[in-house]
Design a protein around this ligand. Structure first.
Ligand SMILES: Nc1ncnc2c1ncn2[C@@H]1O[C@H](COP(=O)(O)OP(=O)(O)OP(=O)(O)O)[C@@H](O)[C@H]1O
Length: 272
């Protein structure tokens, strides 16, 4: 099953690259995500931890990138930095040509809402709201939010479940609601932090197929943090972090082969 988003009311559906009103068909942004020399440190008591230690990364429009690395290597921090959820000590984060440091808080929140879809391992749904209202929440102020939420839930096979609250939905259904919510503003970029981490492997694979479709069929740019080769295999490229640095990267081996990804990852980590 692949998503085809409903067009916003009154506007024809446009190719993904050209939906940003600041862009024209002759002026697509080739790298909607650009991270340059980013350093991020955290205080842990008396210790200062360098979570990101000089990261440079460019992600192409319509690319699906998986970020792998050992626990504590900086994967989630990097994703949060891309979303502007975490500020950086030095370096720059440019999303669709905008340096995130140039926004004030309100403008950054608006930009994130409109241009970036966020998906987390824990779903982060509001328990007292129905599936439909969870999906509508980011754009509740827009007249067509109800229609768009219904259309998205329909595409995701959840229309009949739309009046249910999260605790009446399975893990896979809850994550699909979270994805519908991430897509409600029709963002060009989707950032997912271990989106399959709370799902069984079969449901997780379905979810990966769905993310793949968002990229291949709709041209969205996706960055996904994962520990699992069987999840990373759905991406176009795997970026490997170690101790806050970009250790290496490799194109995903052809054929959706988890063992080939696991081998390439181990080779990357151990330098063979
Ligand atoms: N808010 C924070 N306060 C203090 N230290 C933090 C904070 N967030 C992250 N860190 C530290 O930064 C480093 C990188 O953390 P991060 O969560 O990005 O790693 P990760 O690769 O996503 O790990 P995991 O796979 O376990 O989720 C770790 O040493 C972590 O303890």
């Amino acid at each position: 099953m692949f998503l085809k988003l409903p067009a916003a009311a009154g506007s024809p559906r446009l190719p993904r690259l050209y939906q940003n009103p600041l862009m024209t068909p002759s002026d697509p942004i080739p790298f909607p995500l650009e991270i340059s020399s980013v350093v991020k440190t955290f205080n842990q008591g008396p210790v200062r931890v360098r979570a990101l230690d000089g990261i440079d990364l460019r992600i192409k429009a319509g690319e699906f990138v998986a970020i792998m690395g050992a626990s504590g290597s900086g994967k989630s921090t990097l994703l949060h930095v891309m979303a502007g959820l975490t500020d950086v000590d030095s370096g720059s984060v440019t999303v669709e040509g905008k340096n995130l440091a140039s926004f004030n808080d309100a403008a950054l929140t608006r930009f994130r809402r409109d241009r970036i879809g966020l998906v987390f391992q824990a779903f982060n749904l509001i328990p007292v709201l129905t599936a439909e209202d969870n999906v509508r929440l980011p754009v509740m102020d827009r007249a067509d939010s109800g229609l768009r939420a219904k259309a998205l839930l329909d595409r995701l096979g959840l229309l009949a479940r739309r009046k249910h609250k999260p605790d009446a939905l399975s893990g896979g259904e809850q994550q699909r609601v979270a994805i519908a919510r991430a897509l409600i503003a029709d963002p060009a970029i989707v950032l997912a932090d271990e989106p399959t981490g709370s799902l069984d492997s079969s449901t997780g694979q379905d979810l990966c197929g769905l993310l793949r479709g968002l990229c291949s069929d709709e041209g969205r740019t996706i960055v996904m943090v994962t520990h699992e080769p069987a999840v990373a295999m759905w991406a176009d490229r795997v970026v490997v972090l170690k101790d806050g640095r970009l250790l290496t990267e490799f194109p995903t081996p052809a054929g959706h082969d988890p063992e080939a990804v696991a081998l390439a990852y181990q080779n990357a980590l151990h330098g063979s």
